[in-house]
Write a protein that binds this ligand. Structure first.
Ligand code: C2E
Ligand code: MG
Ligand code: MG
Ligand code: MG
Length: 289
């Protein structure tokens, strides 16, 4: 009996592994030509100044719609892009689209409008990364101080010397560096001490239960206080309710991002949102004068 069960378990796992493998290979194969087929779209999710609730910037987030696979989430395809090296060309594409959009928004809306872009470990380890970044900055003539590159601990883990020199160069040209998903890694604190971060993005898993879990509330409060003590701006990710917002406002968090304000949107919808904000401001000014 136990032998049978053993064999069944074994078969179960191999077929599951087989399915996973097939899926992975199919995703990889399709991803290889996704850029060329124009299937990758850059969405933007606004982030707001906590106190005023005003949109002050947007984070570029990739979306992929493939004819065979349908919609594939970034949590599935980004790791594959990373392992295959495809992330280098895909990442450059995101930067181009994001900077082109930011240039437009800085001209028409706010010269300090911020643009945040996620950068993965493989991209950051390229010794051409900083040159590529400078070329894109020159090309789109966007305000250097408005750019935020979001990296996770994974970028720093390798201990590669290229990482250090890239971080220093990026800091020198005035581009900001955010620690994304803060609190979920192993060594966030020691990295904060050693690297020139400008912003902490507190992971949404800490924000989720902030209204019901006193421990999470304490942790988020401590992260904000520590960030401010180190002269960093603090962003809360994944704000979904008014109650969460009120707590974060009371804790003096600087910026907020989440479905309460808006989901990630295609560029035209994001621009409509900005336009609405401008119109509301004009209307408020008329009322108050
Ligand atoms: P991230 O950089 O931490 O981005 C935040 C994620 O949280 C996004 O998921 C966003 O849609 C989601 N989110 C925002 N507000 C809320 C909320 O209120 N509730 C909930 N439940 N979720 C919220 P998304 O777009 O699926 O991206 C997942 C991850 O994929 C990103 O996490 C980032 O690590 C990676 N990613 C996405 N686009 C890119 C890219 O262009 N380059 C690289 N290297 N990574 C990317
Ligand atoms: Mg991010
Ligand atoms: Mg995050
Ligand atoms: Mg993440």
């Amino acid at each position: 009996h136990s032998k049978d069960r053993g064999r069944n378990t074994y078969n179960f796992y191999t077929s599951q592994m087989n399915n996973d493998m097939n899926r992975r290979l199919r995703v990889e194969e399709q991803l290889r030509s996704a850029l060329k087929r124009n299937e990758l779209e850059v969405y933007f999710q606004p982030f707001v100044d906590i106190k005023s609730r005003k949109i002050v910037g947007g984070e570029a987030l990739l979306r992929w719609n493939n004819t065979l696979l349908g919609q594939v989430t970034p949590d599935e395809f980004i790791p594959i892009a990373e392992q295959t090296g495809l992330i280098v060309s895909i990442g450059q594409y995101v930067i181009e689209i994001a900077f082109a959009a930011a240039k437009k928004w800085q001209q028409t809306y706010d010269p300090h409008f911020k643009i945040a872009v996620n950068v993965s470990p493989k991209q950051f380890r390229e010794n051409t990364f900083v040159d590529m970044l400078k070329i894109q900055i020159d090309k789109y003539k966007i305000n250097v101080n408005s750019i935020e590159l979001e990296i996770t601990e994974g970028v720093l883990l390798s201990g590669d010397s290229v990482i250090d020199s890239n971080l220093t160069s990026i800091n020198d040209i005035g581009v900001s560096i955010s620690m994304d998903d803060f609190g979920t890694g192993y060594s966030s604190l020691s990295y904060l001490r050693s690297y020139p971060f400008d912003t902490l993005k507190v992971d949404k898993s800490f924000i989720n239960d902030i209204t019901v879990d006193p421990g999470d509330l304490q942790l988020v409060g401590a992260a904000i206080a520590m960030g401010h003590g180190l002269n960093l701006k603090v962003v809360a990710e994944g704000i979904e309710t008014e109650e969460q917002y009120q707590l974060l406002n009371a804790l003096k968090c600087d910026y907020g991002q989440g479905y309460l304000f808006s989901k990630p949107l295609p560029q035209p919808a994001f621009e409509k949102l900005l336009q609405t904000q401008v119109e509301n401001e004009l209307a408020n000014n008329l009322v108050s004068h």
